[in-house]
Design a protein around this ligand. Structure first.
Ligand SMILES: [Zn+2]
Length: 264
């Protein structure tokens, strides 16, 4: 049940940055998906890449890890640039300075990675939890970013929260206000609480997301729905890890998950 955090086999293969960027852009449909994140290559580094580091958050600690491990590229779910850069000073300056000095490329994929039908955070969570008959769920920026599905046999909230804890390792919060026997569940990784009314409306038995929101308590209680929060960071690891495995297989280069959990 554990999310596979593996370091791909050591390899001397090198591939051009442009080939990686173009495969990512095509696979994730980067240009087609509206997002606050500036998805795609955010900072240009070395032209050739033999090792890629995958991170949930673009931050100095992840870049330092990547550099120490010999990566020439970091791919982050939460990139550094959101709706453009207004100034290059303070933390942003230091991040850019570190990346450029050390020749590290930074590629970001926010919503394109959440919603991807096989590599995405939500598709991966559904697969790990064994949900079937997946259908799009959770409209955000005009597109579905999550999935709903059914368990092969009815399950309890406790069994799902235990499975989420075991698979992703984050702190679990549960609102047990829905049916005892759960058949239908909906998933939005990370900060997905805006989709809770949609889950209530669609009479979903259990809504799984990452980060709790105070206002959800009464909404869930009055909507008679169960909610399991698996942590923003922790529910956004599976797509990032799957993307690393995908690149390793495609190009025969190394990929490594840069685990830098947040305290939020
Ligand atoms: Zn997120």
């Amino acid at each position: 049940m554990n999310v596979r955090v593996r370091r791909s086999a050591a390899s001397k293969n090198k591939v051009s940055r442009d080939a990686i960027v173009s495969l990512l852009d095509k696979t994730l449909r980067t240009a087609e998906i509206t997002d606050r994140s500036v998805n795609g290559l955010q900072v240009e580094g070395a032209a050739e890449v033999s090792k890629v580091g995958l991170a949930v958050d673009a931050c100095l600690e992840a870049y330092e890890k990547a550099h120490a491990l010999g990566c020439q590229m970091v791919i982050a779910h939460h990139g550094m640039i959101w709706e453009g850069i207004k100034s290059v000073r303070g933390p942003i300056y230091r991040q850019i300075e570190f990346l450029i000095k050390n020749g590290i490329n930074l590629y970001a994929s926010h919503l394109p990675l959440d919603l991807h039908p096989t590599l995405g955070n939500n598709a991966q969570i559904a697969k790990i939890l064994g949900l079937r008959e997946l259908r799009p769920f959770g409209v955000y920026h005009g597109a579905y970013i999550g999935f709903e599905g059914v368990f092969p046999r009815p399950v309890t909230v406790k069994s799902v929260s235990d499975a989420v804890k075991k698979a992703f390792g984050g702190p679990i919060t549960t609102l047990p206000f829905g049916p005892q026997k759960i058949k239908r569940a909906a998933i939005i990784s990370g900060g997905g609480t805006a989709a809770l009314p949609e889950a209530v409306e669609k009479k979903i038995d259990l809504f799984i997301t990452g980060e709790p929101d105070h206002s959800n308590h009464h909404l869930a209680q009055e909507g008679k729905i169960n909610v399991v929060y698996g942590g923003h960071y922790h529910t956004e690891k599976p797509g990032v890890i799957a993307l690393g495995d995908f690149l390793s297989k495609k190009f025969g280069i190394e990929s490594i998950f840069l685990d830098v959990p947040t305290l939020v």
